[in-house]
Design a protein around this ligand. Structure first.
Ligand code: NAD
Length: 291
């Protein structure tokens, strides 16, 4: 079996996979490979799959499968797997970091100090304790964030179209979650229901000055509507790790909007997570080989 590691994984992975066959990181060899390992950079489109006639297995190290044409892969008899359990802690910790940075005004404080200013009087902080965190999507990452938020004394509510029970989150309607949240955090996959789900109309149903955190997918938020809401103060801040593309186009309006806190899609990029993803990849290959 020939395995292509097309995107960035833990440096130990090529060595760990040698027991399964030949391993390459040279993407020009895709046509000869039986298995391809991707994260979010490589797009397994119809054209990509057509360029890999021997392909039998695509492993996406991570959660979202929106960069794989699953329907076409299925037609071609190619199995598609991901590593959904590995990344929850890494992403939940980043979502929490983004959330706690906003009321503590960490970025303004740091930038002020770095510019030689002492803004002790101007920088007013608020606390997370007693505030309501609303989750859209109460799956693995949403639940891991809820656990952390509850430890900080937040009240956690959430809407999930498919989850009907949670012992960590008080489940409510989308309307109630929008209307009651001081902080709203997005944790759904990107699909036809969730694309542009945060837009002028849904933002209009939120509390004035609420903070929105997005470690889900960039396209779940309508960028133009978000910019308007940030400019008017309707949304107090937008903290995001995710973008319509990696990287976003230079003229993407949120890059220059006020009260935006940004990270370059590093939600899954912890050292520990890359090791966990490696463990799951090995397990998937062991099962695949045993078939
Ligand atoms: P998960 O499958 O455990 O949870 C997703 C939840 O969303 C599910 O419970 C599902 O029922 C719910 N959902 C689906 N459609 C919905 C809708 N229309 N309305 C409300 N809820 C809906 O997945 P997870 O591990 O928690 O990951 C969630 C998402 O986070 C992934 O799909 C991916 O887009 C994103 N993610 C981002 C990073 C990053 O680096 N920032 C890393 C991993 C995952």
């Amino acid at each position: 079996m020939k395995i292509l590691i097309a995107d960035t994984f833990d440096p130990s992975l090529p060595g760990r996979l040698k027991k399964f066959g030949e391993v390459t990181e040279d993407t020009s060899q895709v046509a000869d490979c039986d298995v391809v390992l991707i994260r979010s950079k490589t797009k397994c489109t119809k054209e990509y799959i057509d360029g890999a006639p021997k392909l039998r297995l695509i492993i996406r190290g991570g959660v979202g499968l929106d960069n794989v044409d699953r329907e076409y892969a299925k037609q071609k008899g190619i199995e598609v797997r991901n590593t959904p359990e590995a990344s929850s802690v890494a992403v939940a910790e980043l979502a929490f970091a983004l959330m706690i940075a906003v009321p503590n005004r960490l970025i303004e404080s740091h930038n002020g100090m770095a510019a030689g200013k002492w803004e002790k009087k101007q920088i007013k902080r608020t606390e997370l304790m007693g505030k309501t965190l609303g989750l859209i999507g109460v799956g693995r990452i949403g639940t891991a964030l809820a656990n952390r938020a509850r430890a900080f004394g937040m009240h956690v509510i959430g809407f999930d179209r498919y989850v009907k029970y949670s012992d960590m989150v008080e489940l409510k309607s989308m309307d109630d979650v929008l209307g009651e949240s001081d902080y709203l955090s997005l944790h759904t996959p990107l699909n036809s229901e969730t694309e542009n789900m945060i837009n002028k109309e849904t933002i209009g149903r939120m509390k004035d000055g609420a903070v929105i955190i997005n470690t889900g997918r960039g396209k779940c938020v309508n960028a133009e509507d978000m910019v308007d809401a940030l400019k008017s103060g309707k949304v107090g801040a937008y903290a995001t790790d995710v973008w319509p593309s990696d990287p976003p186009p230079p003229d993407y309006p949120l890059l220059k909007a006020p009260n935006v806190l940004m990270t370059p899609h590093t939600g899954a990029s912890t050292k520990e997570n890359l090791l966990r993803i490696g463990d799951q990849v090995v397990e998937i290959l062991e099962n695949f080989q045993a078939k």
